[in-house]
Design a protein around this ligand. Structure first.
Ligand SMILES: NC(=O)c1ccc[n+]([C@@H]2O[C@H](COP(=O)([O-])OP(=O)(O)OC[C@H]3O[C@@H](n4cnc5c(N)ncnc54)[C@H](O)[C@@H]3O)[C@@H](O)[C@H]2O)c1
Length: 258
């Protein structure tokens, strides 16, 4: 049976580990060819090598999304390797968490350069090829922080709220030309970031359990669960889903706290 993304080519930023890696693996499993656009060369190369196969289904492209030239070059590399570009996943992101008044200008800029401008830069580089072919799917990995504020996490939620705005603006602008732009907003997902965070506590296991207990299913999300939704949005199964955001948080955001 043909894969759900057979024949399509994708650029996925930050696909060297975590959610981006899971998306790359799911995309290849569904028949896509993928460019791993990653700033960490070791991880990026390793993921690309494990997925490439004999027909070079995956390539590594060194890319810091904060660098305007690297964003353009990674789209160009994927176009020259695969001859087309159908899907862009803006997944690269970093937690920049401070109290607002303790956020210096460099930290503010770093947060926006990667989490928001990086997505715009990649979209700006990728959209011309999608518009030329008359179809495309851009998927922005937003966050629960696109809707809610946790004190002390500034300015990450400001950038993630902006990423939702970017999704809506581009989705409306290019829909008539066949390009859909959507977002996925994961809640707490078990990646290295979560493990590192729990390890900052004297009892990491207790902190992990505390995170699990915040969620109605009594666990947190898995990277492959975000990847399954990315496959759906990237596929031809979601032709009228545009400028939308799918929340994946096990229901945490609607849980009423008394
Ligand atoms: N893990 C969660 O709980 C969670 C929840 C909601 C949203 N998210 C979002 O999902 C995305 C992936 O998160 P993750 O948990 O997999 O993180 P992660 O840190 O495990 O992986 C992020 C990857 O992006 C790469 N990266 C970082 N900055 C980059 C840059 N400037 N250019 C290119 N690559 C860069 C890193 O090298 C890394 O491989 C992020 O946008 C994050 O904000 C994560």
């Amino acid at each position: 049976m043909a894969g759900r993304l057979e024949g399509k080519a994708a650029v996925i930023t930050g696909a060297g580990r975590g959610i981006g890696e899971a998306i790359a693996r799911a995309f290849v499993r569904e028949g896509a060819r993928v460019a791993i656009a990653e700033r960490d060369e070791t991880n990026g190369q390793a993921v690309a090598a494990s997925l490439a196969g004999e027909d070079r289904r995956a390539i590594f492209v060194r890319c810091d999304v904060a660098d305007p030239e690297a964003a353009k070059a990674s789209v160009a590399a994927s176009l020259s390797q695969f001859g087309r570009l159908d899907i862009l996943v803006n997944n690269a992101g970093v937690n920049v968490f401070h109290a607002p008044l303790e956020t210096d200008a460099d930290e503010w800029r770093r947060c926006f350069a990667i989490n928001l401008e990086g997505a715009w830069r990649m979209a700006k580089a990728a959209l011309p090829a999608m518009l030329a072919s008359g179809s495309g799917s851009v998927i922005n990995i937003a966050s629960a922080h696109s809707f809610s504020i946790i004190p002390g996490c500034f300015p990450y939620p400001v950038a993630k709220h902006g990423l939702l705005g970017l999704t809506r603006a581009l989705g409306v602008e290019y829909a008539a030309q066949g390009v859909r732009v959507n977002a996925i907003a994961p809640g707490y997902v078990e990646t290295q970031i979560a493990l590192d965070y729990w390890n900052t506590f004297p009892d990491p296991a207790a902190e992990r359990q505390r995170a699990y207990d915040l969620h109605p299913p009594k666990r947190i999300g898995r990277p492959d669960e975000v990847a399954m939704t990315a496959v759906f949005l990237a596929s031809d199964e979601a032709p009228f889903i545009n400028a939308a955001c799918i929340v994946i948080d096990g229901g945490r955001s609607v849980l009423y706290h008394d």
